[in-house]
Design a protein around this ligand. Structure first.
Ligand code: SAM
Length: 223
């Protein structure tokens, strides 16, 4: 059972990102503003990896006239999203599956927060191209996930800083260490230049870095 299929882990999820991701609340707000730069008032927004519902809730509160399609392969995380969204669920459609399950749109904007680091390189490229295909020309797409240089010393330093931030946020040191070693062993994390190249290979242009929080980076790009 992975972390997103365990009901107890799902219930604990909502508090996690704020303790683990430097500036998480502001990251969500920055993504909303980057999408709003080009999206109309009645924007239709695609959210990939929408389980948990945190970013749709933040976007919905900030932009009362946007509507959302959220995609996630974890039924438990989608259930949690439904709970998290409360009244905002009325302008959100949640889809259980990978990107292929998403409607064709075309969408005015898209986001993918804390998700692509779970997806191996080839599948990530395919996923990005499928997002791109669903966007109107010029529409913004914002992503943020683990991304750091892959030389051994740099990699160790990034993951050590990730763990130090978690401990400073109140996570037990042993738990932070377990997370650090599991992430190092299992996640297909790419170097920042590879992340940028994948966005370009998927057909996005104007790729630009807007966020760095120790081991995490975020980019905005345009279809
Ligand atoms: C750490 S959670 C992030 C959820 C939310 N975006 C947030 O910021 O709170 C990662 C989510 O990505 C989902 N996920 C994993 N692989 C995925 C894929 N290939 N496509 C879409 N979502 C995926 C997981 O099921 C999980 O709900």
């Amino acid at each position: 059972m992975d972390a997103f299929s365990d009901p107890q882990a799902v219930a604990r999820y909502a508090e996690g990102p704020r303790r683990l991701v430097p500036g998480f609340t502001d990251l969500q707000r920055m993504v909303m503003l980057l999408l709003a730069e080009r999206a109309p008032d009645d924007a239709r927004v695609l959210v990939l990896g929408a389980g948990g519902g945190l970013e749709i809730k933040a976007f919905a509160e900030g932009r009362p006239t946007w509507s959302f399609d959220g995609v996630d392969p974890s039924a438990e995380m989608l259930n949690l999203a439904e709970l998290t969204l409360g009244p905002h669920a009325a302008r959100t459609r949640l889809h259980h599956g990978l990107i292929d399950i998403a409607p064709d749109g075309p969408f005015d904007a898209a986001s993918c927060i804390l998700t692509l680091h779970f997806v191996a390189r080839e599948e990530r490229l395919r996923t990005l191209a499928e997002v791109r295909r669903r966007l109107k020309p010029g529409a913004p797409f914002a992503v943020a996930h683990f991304s750091f240089p892959q030389r051994a010393g740099d990699r160790d330093l990034s993951l050590a800083r990730y763990a130090a931030f978690a401990v400073a946020s109140g996570v037990a040191p042993a738990q932070a260490e377990n997370a650090r070693s599991a992430i190092a062993a299992r996640l297909p994390i790419l170097a920042p230049e590879d992340d940028e190249q994948l966005l370009r290979d998927a057909g996005f242009s104007g790729v630009s870095l807007f966020y760095v929080g120790f081991a995490f980076r975020g980019w905005v790009a345009y279809a």
